[in-house]
Design a protein around this ligand. Sequence first.
Ligand SMILES: NC(=O)c1ccc[n+]([C@@H]2O[C@H](COP(=O)([O-])OP(=O)(O)OC[C@H]3O[C@@H](n4cnc5c(N)ncnc54)[C@H](O)[C@@H]3O)[C@@H](O)[C@H]2O)c1
Ligand SMILES: CC(C)[C@H](C(=O)O)[C@@H](O)C(=O)O
Ligand SMILES: [Mg+2]
Length: 361
Amino acid sequence: MSGAPAPVKARIAVLAGDGIGPEVTEQAVRVLEAVAAARGHVFTLEDALVGGAAIDATGSALPEETLAACRRSDAVLFGAIGGPKWGPSAKVRPEQGLLALRKGLGLFANLRPVTVNPRLAGASPLKAEVIAGVDLLVVRELTGGIYFGEKRREGASAFDACTYTEDEVARVVRVAARLARGRRRKLTSVDKANVLETSRLWRDVATRVVKEEFPEVVLDHHLVDSCAMQLVRRPADFDVVVTENMFGDILTDEASVIAGSIGLLPSASLGEGTFGLYEPIHGSAPDIAGRGLADPYGTIASAAMLLRHSLGLEREAALVEQAVARAVDGGALTADLGGSTSTEAAGTAVVQALESLVAVA
Ligand SMILES: NC(=O)c1ccc[n+]([C@@H]2O[C@H](COP(=O)([O-])OP(=O)(O)OC[C@H]3O[C@@H](n4cnc5c(N)ncnc54)[C@H](O)[C@@H]3O)[C@@H](O)[C@H]2O)c1
Ligand SMILES: CC(C)[C@H](C(=O)O)[C@@H](O)C(=O)O
Ligand SMILES: [Mg+2]
């Protein structure tokens, strides 16, 4: 690999979680190990419990030891948590572990890129000409909004408060605007300002931050309901989308249909520094867990984002992304993509593609 930086030493916490989490994480770890071996980097991987697996072992969805393991690492690779064993009415739920991790580590900006590999056009129910050339990035606010407001049940009523402060909005809009500046300079802020006060604040702050600090970025505002429709009607028109926590959660599951499968989409959860948590956007997929059917590409692409954002290894990140594209082009398609390749064989296809890319570089 000519022109690569000097070998890097890094510590990575690996939180595989539940359901297909361990299956897809195992493949991403293989890819990280192949990157390290090819370039002489030293990645020290430390496994830790989270979610349902942690509840079963310790009674907590985020044991102190796990948080400590993340804090002493440069980055976290995360699989998925949750499952029917720990249902929504359980006292301690796996999802609480993930939310506490995001909040506890200050990871307020969640980057969810959506691109289309033409080889997978058939995996999307959308027309090939609608999804051609899509390259969009959703920046989801991750530590505020209705997810983290006060919650309670009172007799026959339930209550979930949604709050945002100007500072919480401004910092995530800055992340999104900075990214837009390095891309096509188009930023779409998504809210529900026709109904919600938090959205009116969101719109005011987004307008001010972009006008004062990013004059070269063109900002437009969309209401979330119409944005959900436009996203599948004309996805290629979007560049960077910034939105609040719950809207971002929902819009990105929808956007995965553009790429062809939810199994393909990666994410990076970032705070102020280079530390980050990297996970596919999907969940623990209890319907296919334990059968070697899960698509590992979203988790492997999350590992590429880890190399880029937390370790500064842009070249290696690009190689992993190319290796995933090669594996797909070579026909290593899991069931969600219309093929019959197993999770492990898909991981092997990426590792082999990576090794051949490195050999010619
Ligand atoms: N970040 C996370 O850990 C995370 C994200 C979303 C949901 N969850 C949790 O996961 C559990 C299951 O949630 P759900 O079923 O609503 O959503 P899900 O994302 O787990 O699954 C939705 C559908 O997509 C399919 N799918 C998901 N990932 C796939 C992959 N890699 N390859 C192939 N197919 C894949 C599943 O088989 C399922 O049919 C819930 O407990 C939920 O809270 C966790
Ligand atoms: C599991 C759940 C708490 C989580 C979220 O809503 O943020 C998931 O859906 C995601 O997209 O990461
Ligand atoms: Mg989600």
